[in-house]
Design a protein around this ligand. Structure first.
Ligand SMILES: [Zn+2]
Ligand SMILES: [Zn+2]
Length: 349
């Protein structure tokens, strides 16, 4: 089994060759066809998040080094444990990587992705920048029908994260406008999944005109460059005083403040992105405008199954996907950090 691993936080990934493991019990071994590269990979590789005002959140604990990143995995089942059921060898599956301890109230409620003792693939235990990955149980595997593996893998994080955020604004966006801030991998997924879920006018905001053009082609009714003076005012005019829902897929001080500025009465601002920084909210605004600010992180196993149902039904149009050989994973992480990636780059072993 060949994997790209980092041995120390922030240090370059190195190719490691280990014996391919044999599945035990319920385990399922998947030969990887494609693994998407996500901003979280960069945060984990760094070992911290920026909390703003010079503060950092250390996320380097609870992970054995060297470590294999990569949590957007699709591939073929090549071996199953002696008591594994529900999947057969040769099946092509996308992997739900957000696996919890399986033994706490949070996991029992179905929110394994929020478990405080996670066993998540590519963030807590070895993931998909490799040619194989071990999945603890077949219930984490989803059929992707005739969708290409390079696209199917993206539903495990960017797709699911976008779906879960959209799931929280079904009522507030109905009959009003949904503004998506950030046309990166997750923002694009949001744009495409929103069209499968709602009949709502979609507006996309970014600071990169190439991404905005792609968003327009991807179905946005209006696009705005947040750096253009008067962009927020134009959106307020367009939305009759403010939008019903804003999803901030960037999560920076500037993007969240922009989101707050264009939120209408009873509007909901969902912060999804993990760019970093802090948000100062004028408290009277919360009450006077009756607004909600909430976060959304990844998505549940149930939401993954709902999303994959939409995908198999063919109602979710494709985000821009670029496949690259796995050997280019280091360069790809650097391109992503530098904002040089449109849609999703997916590594192919
Ligand atoms: Zn991710
Ligand atoms: Zn748990």
């Amino acid at each position: 089994m060949k994997s790209y691993q980092f041995g120390e936080y922030g240090h370059a990934l190195q190719l490691m060759d280990q014996e391919t493991p044999t599945p035990q019990g319920d385990q399922v071994l998947v030969r990887i066809r494609a693994c998407g590269v996500c901003h979280s990979d960069i945060h984990i590789w760094d070992g911290h998040f920026d909390l703003g005002n010079g503060r950092k959140l250390d996320i380097s604990r609870g992970r054995a080094l060297p470590f294999t990143l990569g949590h957007e995995i699709a591939g073929e089942v090549v071996a199953v444990g002696p008591i594994a059921a529900g999947v057969s060898i040769g099946a092509e599956r996308v992997v739900f990587p957000w696996i919890g301890c399986g033994d706490c109230p949070v996991c029992d409620s179905g929110d394994e992705h929020l478990c405080s003792r996670p066993r998540a693939l590519g963030t807590s235990v070895d993931g998909g920048f490799s040619d194989h990955v071990m999945v603890p149980h077949a219930r984490y595997l989803f059929d992707y029908a005739d969708v290409p593996s390079e696209l199917a893998c993206t539903y495990a994080c960017s797709g699911l994260t976008a779906y879960s955020a959209l799931d929280k604004i079904r009522e507030s966006a109905a009959g009003r406008t949904l503004v998506i801030i950030g046309a990166g991998g997750v923002g694009f997924a949001g744009l495409h999944i929103a069209q499968a879920l709602f009949d709502t006018q979609l507006v996309v905001v970014d600071i990169d005109n190439t991404k905005l053009q792609a968003a327009k082609e991807g179905g946005a009714a209006y696009v705005f460059n947040a750096n253009d003076e008067g962009a927020a005012k134009e959106i307020r005019n367009l939305t009759d005083g403010g939008s019903g829902a804003v999803i901030d897929f960037v999560g920076s001080e500037t993007s969240a403040n922009f989101g707050l500025k264009i939120l209408g009465n009873s509007g909901v601002l969902i912060v999804v992105g993990l760019f970093g920084g802090a948000l100062a909210v004028p408290l009277p605004l919360l009450a006077l405008k009756h607004i909600t600010i909430r976060g959304s992180f990844l998505g549940s196993l149930l939401q993954m199954s709902e999303l994959m149902e939409l995908v198999r039904a063919g109602t979710v149009t494709s985000i821009p996907v670029e496949a690259r050989p796995l050997a280019q994973v280091q360069q790809t992480l650097e391109d992503l950090r530098g904002g040089r990636i449109l849609g999703r780059v997916v590594m192919v072993p």
